[in-house]
Design a protein around this ligand. Structure first.
Ligand SMILES: [Zn+2]
Ligand SMILES: [Zn+2]
Length: 286
């Protein structure tokens, strides 16, 4: 009985010792990670300046440093967290490191909804080329395209309109088969919109409505057959919300017809350019 009691006392004392050791080890800087400074000052008490010279980046932790006003060789450092990306506008790109900052469903620079991000993940490309138009400058010189990572749907529909008249517009994307490589192609809607407008510069057709200014942006266009299908895939998102009716694409089917998509069923078909007014939802690529 006496031996057992002694053993118990010994265990309790040992635990207390371990606890005290841990407490002392964490003392001093209070566990805030500050290193440097401390002893060796001898003749003075440190007068620390402001923390600065952070080595942290948008995505990696780093340290920041402060220096003693009494002796510049006295320095202290402490850990600092990654800053995260900066994009208050938003522009879609970090103003510090250019990383992509927007996601599907976010509000874009044109106050519309982001419905596609070419982020290089899950089979998507890392960026795509928005093809240029020989007579309309997209800001990179006539005929020059640019690399984009986002498609943004305009904040609202542009109304209903005919696509055009029964003539062939040369130079623009034209196909009749659902197995054509153009069927799902992205990056061609913007230049094809301008092929249509070159044909009908003063019209009130779908392409003319699509390029009207919205949300402070002036680079909207009528989506290609493939771009429109990506929008269809996000049709129920808040801010998009198109679940019935057909919308025009900027892809030409034939002399008489152009591609459009039913947002109730998803079916994409060629229909008469001049027969029925259909919905227009502009998009932009940036
Ligand atoms: Zn000092
Ligand atoms: Zn960044």
């Amino acid at each position: 009985m006496k031996t057992q009691k002694n053993k118990r006392t010994l265990i309790i004392c040992s635990l207390l010792l371990v606890f005290c050791s841990l407490f002392l080890a964490c003392g001093g800087d209070g566990g805030n990670g500050i290193t440097g400074g401390g002893g060796g000052n001898g003749d003075h008490t440190h007068t620390w300046g402001e923390w600065g010279n952070s080595t942290a980046t948008c995505t990696t932790v780093g340290v920041e440093t402060r220096t003693c006003a009494g002796d510049a060789t006295h320095t202290e450092t402490r850990p600092i967290a990654a800053t995260g990306h900066t994009d208050p506008a938003p522009t879609g790109y970090c103003t510090v490191c250019s990383a992509l900052t927007l996601s599907i469903g976010d509000t874009g620079p044109g106050t519309g909804i982001i419905f596609y991000v070419a982020d290089g993940l899950e089979g998507r490309p890392l960026g795509f080329t928005v093809e240029g138009h020989p007579l309309h400058d997209f800001g990179y010189g006539l005929g020059s395209g640019y690399i984009a990572h986002y498609l943004e749907a305009a904040p609202s529909n542009s109304g209903n309109a005919l696509w055009g008249t029964g003539i062939t517009i040369s130079g623009m994307t034209t196909f009749t088969s659902t197995s054509s490589e153009d069927y799902d192609k992205i990056g061609i809607g913007r230049k094809d919109t301008w092929y249509i407008i070159e044909q009908y510069p003063s019209g009130m057709y779908a392409a003319n409505l699509a390029v009207e200014s919205q949300g402070g942006q002036t680079d909207w266009f009528l989506p290609s057959c493939g771009e429109l299908n990506l929008l269809y895939g996000r049709r129920t998102r808040p801010g998009i919300g198109i679940t019935s009716g057909a919308l025009w694409s900027s892809s030409q089917y034939s002399t008489a017809d152009a591609w459009n998509q039913n947002f109730g069923t998803g079916t994409r078909v060629g229909n008469s350019k001049s027969g029925t007014a259909r919905g227009v939802r502009a998009i932009r690529a940036f």
